[in-house]
Ligand binder design. Structure first.
Ligand SMILES: [Zn+2]
Length: 315
């Protein structure tokens, strides 16, 4: 048994509450609630794509989680602590992503949760933040019975049976982990957009998503500027990473004559900033040895545009 915690991405403001939604909510609530007392919204809980931990829930796992998450409480950060300031999932559905296929070869899908909270003076602030797209990321936890290696099919934690390493490529196949047989879903939590963006934020706010969010926000408010700054920083991070990739491929072609540019490109595409940096250093060392002189490098030491911090945007 293993507890899995995953970051998820989006919420959206809900359409007007349908009678069957209210009925579902009232099956969970302590007293009979009226539509106007309730605020409902949707949360993207998890999907079946490989995530940055090289793990994925398979479709059957998502189907089981769909049932397990109903009734589960969502909490906000420590600024919101009162009992009224919680949300609860009252309905879930598996949403198909037509035309997408996951790395494991399944048609793409994601688990959507519908949550409600009470409209009260204490929850006004939270509701405004959800509607403004500020409270956007949720973190979900669940227990799974098995974590299966894609290469050998055994549980990856059974080191007696499986010796593979997540993310590594074995005879052309990347080792990814299938999270199967969820046995329980736990409380989920909302996290506000951190003032200092950390790894993972780009995943949620990158490209179109952020622009859509900006478009959805009002003309004024401090969020707009902050989000613009975030987008700018993320862009700097992406540019840096792309430069580092090109440099690593260039050096790789010189240092490893056996490898083609396409293969090197495919390898570097899978690496994050830190791994790329290590590979680039390794190629550079080989070049130095081969040529018996130091190699002038585009992304060495001081020349790094944007500085070390940008690496945190590139995961
Ligand atoms: Zn294995």
């Amino acid at each position: 048994m293993r507890t899995i915690t995953k970051e998820a991405e989006t919420t959206s403001a809900a359409a007007p509450l349908a009678p069957e939604d209210l009925a579902a909510i009232n099956r969970l609530s302590r007293r009979e609630l009226k539509a106007e007392e309730v605020y409902a919204f949707a949360v993207r809980l998890c999907d079946n794509h490989t995530d940055r931990d090289d793990e994925y829930f398979d479709r059957r796992a998502l189907e089981k989680l769909a049932a397990l998450f109903v009734g589960k409480t969502g909490v906000f950060d420590h600024n919101w602590s009162a009992r009224e300031q919680t949300a609860r999932i009252y309905r879930t559905e598996l949403v198909e992503e037509p035309g997408t296929v996951t790395e494991a070869g399944e048609p793409g899908c994601w688990l959507k949760g519908w949550a409600y909270m009470l409209r009260a003076p204490e929850t006004e602030g939270i509701i405004a933040q959800i509607e403004g797209g500020i409270l956007k990321e949720v973190s979900v936890s669940c227990a799974v019975a098995r974590s299966l290696c894609s290469v050998c099919g055994n549980d990856i934690h059974d080191r007696g049976l499986c010796s593979h390493v997540k993310g590594r490529v074995y005879e052309g196949r990347r080792c990814i982990v299938r999270l199967a047989d969820p046995t329980d879903a736990y409380e989920w939590s909302f996290v506000a957009v951190p003032a200092q963006p950390a790894a993972g934020v780009v995943k949620a706010y990158g490209g179109g998503t952020l622009r859509q969010m900006l478009a959805g926000l009002g003309q004024d408010g401090p969020w707009r500027e902050e989000l613009r700054a975030l987008e700018k920083q993320a862009e700097t991070g992406r540019r840096y990473l792309e430069g580092l990739r090109q440099e690593t491929v260039r050096l790789g072609l010189l240092a490893e004559t056996e490898l083609s540019g396409d293969v090197l490109r495919a390898i570097t595409d899978k690496l994050d900033g830190e791994e790329l940096e290590a590979l680039r250093r390794c190629f550079a060392k080989r070049m130095e040895k081969a040529m018996a002189l130091p190699v002038q490098l585009g992304y060495g030491g001081e020349e790094k545009p944007g500085g070390e911090d940008d690496l945190s945007f590139t995961i």
